[in-house]
Design a protein around this ligand. Structure first.
Ligand SMILES: Cc1cc2nc3c(=O)[nH]c(=O)nc-3n(C[C@H](O)[C@H](O)[C@H](O)COP(=O)(O)OP(=O)(O)OC[C@H]3O[C@@H](n4cnc5c(N)ncnc54)[C@H](O)[C@@H]3O)c2cc1C
Length: 470
């Protein structure tokens, strides 16, 4: 029997180890915690959510919602735990982070085919890559030694950029005489706590925010801010109005005390089941901690806020996957070597889980040598699905400008408007405009899953053009 090793029990590594073990193959899972923690990891649990507790949209009009549904059909451990530990968040799937991670940790530790080793892997020397199977899922904060070892192994320079984390606040310390509960456009049941600004309050907050002191950046590191996770102070520096169209936009929110839309609004989202913690939505930051306290206390309703965790900013490591990987996250030269998670250039919690699942299934197929003939048998690589779309993106993107990627409908093959209209008829999609267009792509992806077809009462055929409602 070949040895199989998964390195890193984060979102991707936990999912990968589970899939491999569930396929009947013994696997050793290496995790450096609790001996060693990255700057953003704090809990000894596996699959720790280092920033937001939201796994983003759960709706099928959204690509990450489709990805979640595909993962559910693929029997993902991470999705099962997320669904089990969800907390109210409107159309998003947010979780109680400790409950979520605890279920995953216990499942993996108690699995008869999984051996857990708490050890930092510093290089690949201990593995025989001709014999052993190795799946690297050490994430955006891969430890320094392994990072350097991978750099020389892959002969790559410049494998990183920066991400930022939002602060978490004790809900009891939020002034409910000033804030109000509501979801934008009254969608949901008022899950968010909203802090309303007058124009004067906003202007004072803005001035303090853009002049506050930030943590210095390591001079060796060239600052490359990822647009999807830009620190609040960097967004603010782009112009006085920018926040009003971004994280502080007031549209769809009416302050019940005035009956009017405030000038600006900061939203807080529930962070745990007990609703004792809330995070500041969109407030990733690299302000110094004392500056965060000073400036964020200027937000109406947060004058006495107690910070459970301050925002931080960190390196984000990823390899230039188009240069190194085959479809299925397999190394081009060493066929027994796989990568998964953020280190491959997928971006986001759910995307990392997705790549962990696909890499594991590709590895399993390689070991079992069950030759799949087409994409229908390898659903997780089908380019029309979101799992497949991401897997195709990381190998086919331009390696000169390779950027981490969230799930989005631009990753799957485009449909001509005549094809879209046909599918709209077949799936009886009545929505018009952007939402209608997005649902066509969602339904096309999900139509590859027999479960979705039978849930929705469609006949299952291999070819999309042959799908007919019953
Ligand atoms: C600061 C920050 C904030 C982020 N916020 C969000 C967010 O809000 N929403 C979102 O969708 N995505 C976010 N991301 C992006 C990304 O989705 C997460 O980082 C996600 O956790 C990546 O999953 P992963 O499995 O690739 O890595 P991780 O979940 O980080 O797992 C990697 C694991 O490997 C372990 N490890 C590292 N090096 C070694 C080693 N040498 N030997 C053994 N074990 C090792 C680590 O301890 C860790 O447990 C954020 C990223 C960062 C860096």
């Amino acid at each position: 029997m070949k040895n199989i090793y998964v390195i890193g029990a984060g979102l991707a590594g936990s999912e990968a180890a589970f899939q491999i073990a569930e396929a009947g193959l013994p696997v050793t899972l290496y995790e450096m915690k609790p001996q060693k923690y990255s700057p953003a990891h704090h809990s000894p649990y596996f699959a720790e959510l280092v920033c937001s507790n939201s796994l983003r949209s759960n709706l099928l009009e959204n690509a990450v919602g489709v990805l979640k549904q595909e993962l559910r059909y693929q029997k993902s451990l991470i999705m099962a735990s997320a669904d089990m530990h969800h907390v109210p968040a409107g159309g998003a799937l947010a979780v109680d982070r400790d409950g979520f991670a605890n279920t995953i940790t216990e499942t993996l530790k108690n699995h008869p085919l999984i051996t857990v080793k708490n050890e930092e892997i510093k290089n690949l020397n201990k593995f025989n890559l001709q014999e052993d199977y190795v799946l690297i899922a050490t994430g955006p904060l891969t430890s320094e030694d392994l990072f350097q070892a991978l750099k020389s192994f892959l002969d790559e320079e410049d494998l990183y950029f920066f991400d930022a984390v939002a602060p978490i606040i004790e809900s009891e310390s939020i002034d409910s005489n000033i804030t109000f509960r509501a979801s934008r456009y009254d969608k949901g049941e008022g899950e968010y706590i909203n802090c309303p600004f007058s124009k004067e309050e906003y202007e004072q907050f803005y001035e303090e925010l853009v002049h506050a002191e930030t943590v210095p950046i390591n001079e060796v590191d060239d600052l490359k801010l990822f647009q999807g996770c830009m620190p609040i102070e960097e967004i603010a520096r782009q112009g006085k109005e920018t926040l009003l169209f971004g994280p502080l936009k007031p549209v769809g929110l009416i302050d019940p005390r005035t009956g009017k839309q405030p000038y600006a609004v900061v939203q807080l989202r529930q962070d745990n089941h007990a609703a004792s913690l809330f995070n500041l939505v969109g407030f990733q930051t690299r302000l110094k901690w004392n500056e965060q306290k000073r400036v964020f206390h200027l937000i109406p309703g947060l004058e006495n806020a107690v910070f459970e965790r301050y925002g931080v900013m960190h390196r984000n490591t990823y390899i230039n996957s188009p240069n190194h990987l085959n479809l299925g996250y397999q190394h081009k030269v060493y066929e027994h070597l796989y990568f998964a998670g953020q280190i491959t250039g997928v971006e986001g919690y759910v995307e990392s889980v997705g790549s962990g699942l696909v890499a594991a299934k590709t590895l399993i197929n390689h070991i079992k040598q069950e030759k799949q003939q087409n994409y229908t048998e390898q659903l997780y690589l089908n380019p029309e699905t979101m799992l497949g779309g991401l897997a195709h993106y990381v190998i086919s993107a331009d390696s000169n400008h390779f950027q981490p990627m969230n799930a989005n409908f631009g990753l799957v093959p485009e449909l001509k408007s005549s094809e879209r209209n046909l599918l709209k008829q077949k799936f009886k999609i009545e929505e018009k405009g952007r939402r209608g267009r997005r649902l066509v792509y969602s339904y096309r992806a999900l139509s590859h899953y027999p479960e979705w077809m039978s849930e929705n009462n469609y006949k299952f055929e291999n070819q999309i053009n042959e799908i007919e409602p019953r």
